[in-house]
Design a protein. Structure first.
Length: 455
């Protein structure tokens, strides 16, 4: 079986899959459209959250047998459509449950003891003790909404704090020795702390909203290490302002993009988010609750083990023996006097198709090759006036070099003019050499996708 890896993960993942007999390709930078052109060649894909696996992508993936998500949630995959097409979905919530539980615990203790706030005070020369008394968890009631792998791990960490732990879940009979399962109404009547551990689904979208918050009898501390879109941020901010929510620890935010990076491409921060980043009783982290050194390896290990357990390829000998047995033929025995029997490779035709497909470069690579050659030659010949910059779309840098080049020609009768032309010429020469010595994909990733303007 052939697997395409769309995100970088711990090297253990590919190492174990390779040792188990899988073929592994890595493509971490090509746009989704380019991946759709080649995805029919693969039996499986492994990703984190690079882009959404939608119907268009799944229709292009005509041979796909599984999708491995290195993480807990599957919200970036059209699960229903994938299952209709017989594609198996594999996630690894066990891999980062410890990380998430400890992060939630850390956020809760930080908030109730004002650690982040008092640290900032001391850094500014302020020493207040009476005003900064903390709150103990002992004797309090902690409520957990969503009592799956993550919720159970958090409840386990609460055992030593002598607090009462309640849980609510849409599934019955999930309570255990660490948490008593109750109705949502009872949980709202009793808790002092609320921690959210639900997946992202249509049912959990804006689960924490004004009616839900108003339904709690007491003011409470709120922790969210699950999904940002499960919380109506405007309603949460109103509750923080009114005191209904005493404080919030948020590892996830409603405003996150799928990639969890470059959250605000237009640089316009929502008003509610501006409040959160300035509030003294709010603690924020950039979706890293499950993002520890250990969890990276655990996630890779678990995904690899699950894929191997379900799809481990049989050896050629075993497959031929099975075919012979099914056809009523006797399995030939090894004879040292005879050359070994030529084994059939059941994947031979697929491998030939893969090789032929790889000989046809994707459109984005072809474009990178053309621009690399053109920009490289122009940089070497006319780099002193920045023509190569305009070819790559770096107009600002092109104008700078063009202006310097013109200034050099105008002042060529003076030493400064020769110096300017020499300097800009060297810049063009160096860039031209760099362009032409890069591989097409490296050139695409550096100068076209990530838009690096200079060396």
């Amino acid at each position: 079986m052939k697997i395409l890896h769309l995100d970088k993960n711990h090297p253990l993942l590919i190492e174990e899959l390779t040792n188990a007999g899988f073929e592994n390709d890595e493509n971490y930078y090509a746009p989704k459209e380019a991946i759709e052109q080649i995805i029919h060649q693969y039996d499986g894909i492994v990703l984190r959250s690079r882009f959404k696996i939608d119907k268009t992508f799944l229709d292009a993936a005509s041979n796909l047998k599984f999708i491995g998500r290195v993480g807990a949630g599957l919200e970036n995959i059209d699960c229903e459509y994938a299952q209709q097409k017989g594609i198996q979905l594999i996630a690894a919530p066990e891999g980062n449950r410890t990380a998430v539980a400890e992060h939630a615990m850390g956020m809760l203790l930080n908030l109730t003891n004002k650690l982040n706030y008092v640290n900032n005070e001391i850094s500014n020369g302020i020493w207040k003790r009476e005003e900064n008394r903390g709150i103990e968890l002992e004797g309090k009631t902690v409520g957990i909404i969503g009592y799956g792998v993550m919720g159970k791990a958090f409840a386990q960490r609460l055992k030593g704090f002598n607090c009462t732990v309640l849980c609510y879940d849409i599934l019955p009979h999930v309570g255990d020795g660490n948490a008593q399962q109750v109705s949502l109404q009872e949980l709202q009547q009793r808790v002092d702390v609320l921690s959210l551990h639900t997946p992202e689904t249509p049912e959990t979208h804006h689960l924490i909203n004004k009616p839900m918050i108003d339904g709690f009898l007491k003011s409470f501390w709120f922790i969210n290490t699950a999904r940002g879109k499960s919380v109506n941020t405007d309603d949460l901010v109103d509750a923080l302002k009114s005191g209904k929510v005493k404080g919030a620890g948020l590892d996830v935010l409603e405003y996150e993009k799928t990639s969890f990076e470059n959250m605000f491409s237009d640089n316009e921060l929502p008003e509610s988010f501006r409040y959160l980043i300035n509030a003294e009783n709010v603690l924020l982290s950039p979706h890293i609750a499950g993002w520890t050194i250990e969890s990276k390896e655990k996630l890779a290990q678990i995904i690899a083990q699950k894929i191997i357990r379900i799809f481990k390829p049989k050896s050629s000998n075993a497959m031929e023996e099975n075919n012979n047995v099914e056809n009523g033929n006797q399995v030939p025995q090894n004879n040292p006097q005879q050359p070994p029997v030529q084994q059939n490779n059941p994947y031979g035709n697929q491998q030939n198709q893969y090789q032929q497909a790889y000989q046809q470069q994707p459109a984005y690579i072809q474009e990178a090759n053309s621009k690399k050659i053109l920009a490289g030659i122009l940089a070497i010949i006319l780099g002193h006036i920045g023509v190569h910059k305009f070819v790559l779309g770096y107009n600002t840098e092109g104008i700078i070099l063009l202006t310097l080049g013109i200034a050099g020609y105008v002042t060529a009768c003076f030493v400064i003019g020769y110096f300017i032309l020499f300097a800009t010429g060297i810049i063009g020469l160096v860039e031209g050499i760099i362009y032409l010595t890069k591989s097409d994909e490296d050139f695409y990733n550096t100068y076209m996708r990530n838009r690096k303007p200079w060396f």
